[in-house]
Write a protein that binds this ligand. Sequence first.
Ligand code: NAI
Ligand code: MG
Length: 360
Amino acid sequence: MVNHRIAVIPGDGIGPEVVNEAIKVLELIKKLDPSFKIEFDTFDWSSEYYLKHGKMMPENALQTLKKFDAILFGAIGDKRVPDDVTIWELIMPIRKQFKQYINFRPVKLLKGVSCRFTGEDIDFVIVRENAEGEYSNSGGRLYQGHEQEIAVQNSIITRSGTKKAARFAFEYAKKHGKETVTSATKSNAIIHSMKLWDEAVLEVGQEFLAINLKSYYIDALAAYFVSRPEDFEVVVASNLFGDILSDLGSAVVGGLGLSPSANLNPEGEFPSMFEPVHGSAPDIAGKGIANPIAQIWSAALMLEHLGRKDLASVILESIEQVLVKKEVQTPDLGGSSTTIEMGSAIRGVLQQLLLVKEGR
Ligand code: NAI
Ligand code: MG
């Protein structure tokens, strides 16, 4: 039986609060499903760690993480440490060094979520290129502090990187019976890098003739996300466009508290990392009211990645049943329940579903 070894990085703010609930869900499955073995090692790399040690994680952190099958990540960000330090010293090295070049974000309107789109069938995924694009540290500043100051931030689009993202999107579409892949572009104004993006996506699209490729300018696409979100199936986007579209997507289906993500190294050469779309939410941290669903769903994506789609589906079913009942709702969903109460309600349903699944 496979024993899954998971590195856990709870991080800052609400990160540890929601990660705790995700771990309890995984522990429950371990207890009830004899075919599922999992072990956790937790790492305290965070802003607190930075304030003590002057760095976000130890020198050998990546060698340590490399031995694990996957990484479950909470969120980072703390006003005592600049955001570019937390992001570039912790998240970016993991994403880039572990070639997690796909950021995969489901945008699905769960049953029981009340929002202006309730009743619509919104269920699509965003495939965000996660290793290059606009989030590069290539560039610099001249004449700092002077009126003539100049900043240059290079956006790196490569044919091979774009094709890998596009191929993931088309293969996902093919595997899941989707008809259309939508590409986010801006090649009318960003005429070098985005034209290469368009060409590379089209080149891959020609290998998948049964799937339509639609290409929209990012500004129009942002509007369509709100005016007709039910039309999308698979959206592929560069790093920055994908980042913005995923927060927009999560707002459409009920908010950041409900949005999971996966940073994938599709070849499995390095561990992949699973984290909610949201950050450390300093405005509600420590109050015990963060919605743990995004984190628990991220753990479900992790199980799917580890080959246990069956368990991932049971977790999602449990989440939906709790949302439909509306007895337990955190403040972002309009209720007054705590993080722990939400976690416990989900585990309550999960326990019943697992016992049925095991035929007990
Ligand atoms: P945020 O996602 O932390 O919060 C945005 C809003 O959504 C806040 O009002 C927050 O209370 C709410 N929210 C977020 N998650 C929630 C949850 N689970 N339940 C209920 N409400 C929730 O984004 P913000 O405020 O822009 O950034 C805060 C910090 O997080 C910054 O330091 C930022 O750099 C960092 N950040 C880290 C990320 C990561 O670790 N991957 C991603 C995004 C931001
Ligand atoms: Mg974001």
